[in-house]
Write a new protein. Structure first.
Length: 255
């Protein structure tokens, strides 16, 4: 039994923490499925207390790939394929570029920039709502994939861009999950090429993915009961709060 627990936690974390992380995966997957955004950063914040920093981002990426991949599958009929294609091509470029410059940038400055930009995209002056072009989504894919390699969870930034396209709740959920799946997969490839060994954490990741499936399924059932107006209100509120969370964390580290 002891050997099994050590195998699950890569020999570094106890059973109580494994159970906590499994539960956290379920809860945060529910949050993302039900409200469109937010679970990834919340899970990253929890995992940062228990997972070694050198493997935190790729292990988090594996869990998120499972959650987002399952959500993509369950909502695939609503997928905006043009958006995903443009984003995916840009994400590939971003992954290739960042694989040559995989360094740890000052986290607080990235948090500050991302937080401010999210708030501008949601609340700043805009002439009128407009559809982001294919070239625009290509750029979004490139930039967010590069940032994701350093900070782990750029979901709120991508969500803020996608908010400009005024998608319905199910189209947004399907398209966002698909774009994040592509980004997570490419991020894992970058870390693997860079020689970061995170495969010892696969058993724990598998447990968290399974509990994440449960949270996602319940969250999607909840989402279907929301009106589009309520979804947009909750979505904007959650993303705004996450942006302020990033700004507060950055401020404490800078000052």
């Amino acid at each position: 039994m002891v050997a099994f627990i050590e195998w699950l936690g890569a020999g570094e974390i106890p059973l109580a923490v494994i159970l906590l992380l499994a539960l956290s995966s379920a809860v945060t997957s529910f949050v993302t499925a039900a409200f469109g955004i937010g679970g990834g950063i919340l899970l990253l914040a929890i995992m940062a207390h228990y997972i070694p920093i050198e493997v935190l981002i790729p292990v988090h990426g594996m869990v998120q790939l499972g959650s987002n991949g399952y959500r993509t599958y369950k909502t695939r009929i609503y997928l905006d394929k043009n958006t995903v294609t443009s984003f995916g091509l840009g994400a590939v470029v971003g992954a290739i570029v960042v694989s040559f410059v995989l360094i740890q940038l000052p986290l607080q400055w990235i948090q500050l920039t991302v937080g401010l930009f999210i708030l501008y995209l949601l609340w700043g002056f805009k002439p009128s709502p407009h559809q982001i072009s294919a070239k625009g989504m290509f750029s979004v894919g490139t930039i967010t994939t590069m940032l994701s390699t350093f900070v782990g969870a750029t979901g709120p930034l991508l969500a803020a861009f996608m908010h400009q396209n005024q998608m319905g709740k199910m189209v947004h959920t399907a398209t966002f999950a698909s774009c994040m799946s592509v980004q997570n997969l490419l991020k894992l490839a970058v870390f693997w090429i860079a020689g970061v060994y995170f495969f010892a954490w696969l058993p724990l990741t598998a447990v968290m993915i399974v509990t994440g499936f449960i949270g996602t399924k319940v969250g999607l059932m909840t989402l279907e009961g929301f009106s589009t107006q309520l979804f947009k209100l909750l979505y904007t509120t959650v993303v705004t709060l996450l942006a302020f969370h990033l700004l507060i964390k950055a401020a404490f580290q800078i000052f």
